[in-house]
Design a protein around this ligand. Structure first.
Ligand code: SF4
Length: 274
């Protein structure tokens, strides 16, 4: 894991930021760390910057140095959908970037605007398409429950994910973190339920169509279920990933099939089976 910059030039209303400013390590300083990691035999690096591509010319320079120096790391970075383009992505691919994580957040322009994200669904789609066209794995982060979310915007998010086909993990319900605009406003409006008490459950923000936290959890589960069972998405991933299957992936798939089988027979899975 490596950090090459601190902070982010944006101000999403849900984002907890310790650093108000945005500052970047110099290319020379960063390359010295890459050199040391290579000397130690490191193969894979997750660059944990909030937005590694925010400073485009610096990012290009780093990529060019990695290509020229034949570093051959497997890199994972995080970026924003409005901070990538075809040229930059192709260069990053050549530099060893295998995965990019984007904060798509939602498939609804209304929700993105409420979040102060500064991006649109069209930009989300474009970034996903360009990333995949460059041969880089496209990972997405999505959340539910931001004020302005409705059952209709949840459906818009499902439709977006079906089109963009990023790799997504679980879909969290918004964490209203103290100090963020969404937390302060919900607290003032009386929409905040609970608070950050070490003994209590996590707080959440009540929306007009929700009665309990479980309603938001159900929306989250609905998104995951719809995407996992979408035939178009399943076919896409099979076509894309079957040719690259290795033993580790086959073991994972066998485990999924076994767990499904056990669940159908209602037998708890044995963790030591492998
Ligand atoms: S969510 Fe991402 S883009 Fe938005 S302020 Fe936080 S780090 Fe920056």
């Amino acid at each position: 894991m490596l950090i090459s910059s601190r902070g982010c030039p944006h101000n999403c209303r849900f984002c907890f930021k310790v650093e108000k400013e945005c500052r970047f390590r110099s290319v020379e300083n960063l390359m010295a760390e890459f050199e040391e990691l290579r000397r130690r035999g490191v193969k894979s690096i997750h660059i944990q910057d909030d937005a590694f591509t925010a400073h485009r010319s610096r990012c290009l320079e780093v990529a060019e140095n990695l290509i020229r120096g034949r570093y051959r790391f497997d890199l994972k970075i995080r970026s924003r959908v409005d901070a990538v383009d075809g040229e930059l992505l192709r260069k990053l691919k050549a530099a060893g970037v295998k995965q990019i994580v984007y904060g798509f957040e939602s498939g609804s322009d209304r929700v993105l605007e409420a979040m102060g994200k500064g991006t649109t669904v069209a930009q989300n789609l474009r970034a996903a398409e360009l990333t995949k066209a460059a041969g880089i794995g496209c990972y997405g982060e999505i959340m539910v429950g931001f004020p302005g979310e409705t059952p209709e915007t949840v459906e818009e998010t499902i439709a977006f994910l079906r089109r963009a086909k990023p790799i997504i993990g679980f879909v969290p319900v918004l964490y209203p973190l103290p100090g963020t605009a969404v937390y302060e406003e919900a607290k003032k409006d009386g929409a905040l339920r609970g608070d950050w008490d070490i003994k209590g459950p996590w707080p959440w923000i009540k929306l007009p169509w929700t009665d309990t936290y479980a309603d938001l959890q159900a929306a989250s589960r609905r998104i995951v279920r719809k995407i996992q069972r979408d035939p178009g998405t399943i076919l896409y991933f099979l076509r894309r990933h079957l040719p690259a299957l290795n033993w580790r992936a086959i073991k994972f798939l066998l485990r999924v099939v076994r767990d499904l089988h056990l669940r159908l027979r209602r037998v708890p899975p044995d963790p030591d089976w492998w």
